[in-house]
Design a protein around this ligand. Structure first.
Ligand code: T5A
Length: 223
């Protein structure tokens, strides 16, 4: 007798990849490299970002990034970030993964630990409780961390003109963000791959290419 799975087409599992880093680390630039490497291997990926990724979440992004005179409480900021995230995960990321598609996001929950946790000083246990409540057991399969000294990243951003509410933060804020990302990378080395983003563009792109190929070569990733 044939079992239910016999003869059926193999189910391709979607994978969720994220790219993180401080301001001006080169995420947008390297996301194009990730997409190119995946395409060469026959993997089409849906590109998205946080905060954002759905119409409502993009509206919340605008609220979060706009410079404003009214002080924004840390908790209001944190809850807005998670409101956007749950909309994004439930409305876009999970359905895509369930269809077997791959998703590549410019930032995800690591950014909340870095910016709202280390940057603003919100208790990381509270962030983790919210994470578990809002998106239980949902984590990226692979994350690239583009690390750059704060002054170098801000030089790159500085060349660009108008700065958003986070880019306007003082240097200490961005140093704490960077330290937090590095801590996550050292505590989760299997998931988070550290890249020296201060190197010339060609070198960073090569390191990203090798990291993505390394992930694809892991057992089961391409099945
Ligand atoms: N946020 C987000 C939170 O507070 N909590 C959260 O949970 C989440 C998800 C989102 C903001 O929201 C905050 C964090 C952020 O402040 P964003 O658009 O994702 O904003 O983040 P930004 O960091 O603002 O993105 P940027 O566009 O500033 O930076 P990128 O994408 O990292 O950098 P990129 O690729 O635009 O490059 C910057 C410049 O450097 C050049 C590029 O050509 C460009 O001009 N460059 C290089 N130059 C020399 N050598 C290299 N190797 C280079 N690589 C790039």
């Amino acid at each position: 007798m044939m079992s239910a799975s016999e003869g059926a087409a193999p189910v391709r599992r979607g994978r969720f990849i994220t790219v993180e880093g401080g301001e001006g680390a080169g995420k947008s630039t390297q996301i194009d490299v990730v997409k190119r490497v995946l395409a060469e291997q026959g993997v089409v990926v849906l590109n998205t970002r946080e905060p954002g990724g759905t119409p409502l979440a993009e509206e919340i992004r605008s609220l979060l990034l706009a410079p404003r005179t009214e002080p924004v409480t840390d908790l209001a900021e944190l809850l807005l970030v998670f409101a956007a995230r749950v909309q994004h995960v439930e409305g876009f990321i999970k359905p895509a993964l369930e269809r077997g598609e791959w998703v590549l996001s410019d930032r995800f929950v690591d950014a909340t630990f870095a910016y709202q946790g280390a940057g603003r000083g919100v208790n990381s246990e509270l962030i983790d409780r919210l994470r578990q409540f809002v998106i239980p057991d949902f984590r990226p399969h692979f994350t690239l961390l583009l690390d750059i000294p704060v002054s170098r990243g801000m030089e790159r951003v500085g060349a660009r003109g108008a700065h958003d509410r986070f880019e306007r933060e003082e240097r200490g804020f961005h140093e704490r963000v960077r330290d937090c990302y590095l801590e996550i990378a050292s505590s989760e080395p299997d998931r988070m791959h550290l890249i020296d983003a201060s190197l010339p563009l060609a070198d960073v792109s090569l390191a990203v290419r090798q990291a993505v190929l390394g992930f694809l070569a892991r057992p089961g990733v391409l099945q």
